[in-house]
Design a protein around this ligand. Sequence first.
Ligand code: CP
Ligand code: NVA
Length: 308
Amino acid sequence: MEALTGRNVLSVADLTVAELHELLAFAAKLKSGEITWTCRKILGLLFSKASTRTRVSFSVAMYQLGGQVIDMNPSVTQVSRGEPVADTARVLGRYLDILAIRTFQQKELEEYAKDAGIPIINALTDLEHPCQIFADLLTIQECFGSCQGKTLSYFGDGNNVANSLLLGCAMMGMNVRIAVPSAEYEPNPEIVAKAKEFAGKKTEVMITHNAQEAAQGCHALYTDVWASMGQEKEARERIPLFKPYQVNTDLLKLADPEAIVLHCLPAHRGEEITDEVMECSQSRLWDQAENRMHAQKALLASILGNDE
Ligand code: CP
Ligand code: NVA
């Protein structure tokens, strides 16, 4: 797997459809042990927002490949004291082999990519969360044998996760439905247009305000928090607005009987998803979280190459 050698992954759509298929197949082989890989490189993590899964799964993936990790956050670097991105990027690029960044603006990521001279991975921005979606698609592939022709329905806020799901699902030949309370919470229109281009006439991209319509016969129900990191002030006022989009047993009943439930986590239990659904036999939340590590290991290995 060398398709992504030296590349940045700032968006799901930075991969071609063929590369995305290849990445997921590679992740499955690394997970099963069919392929082993060594990569003695150094990954930097520069996270301006909190993280449990992304931080730990990236670190463990890199360690298991034989590499090392430097976990930074702006408060312990000069970033918090205003050192320009272009300067930080050029310096970090001299030390590290690859840098995963979690921040607010996609533009900041692009600035790092322009100046660092090493591959940059999007570890979540306000616009996208590609690494999450690689793991989600791996999980769907494991559950159904293939993503092709399956329908994923997402309920809640048209946020970073929804944006990346739109791209990833459309690229994998899936139908994707996004149910949000109103136009204000719809996903990024440019991303919707791009997803529709990937889907062409073969699959469906639906943006709706009707949760029941979105749930009908779907194979995967997906939700995320109603207020993302950076939107904490809006959290309370969003609750009544988003309540009809909660993933609960009533919504689950409308889906295909074999449907699975996904959530990127962390969850606000009792808000976007009920305890009952999180813990039900159709929930694949913990496999999904584990797959962050396998998918990111594949990503690191395919960008950095094999040192054996
Ligand atoms: N899903 C996800 O990205 O989790 P963390 O915020 O814990 O990294
Ligand atoms: N949409 C959420 C995802 C967290 C993993 C956020 O950006 O806070």
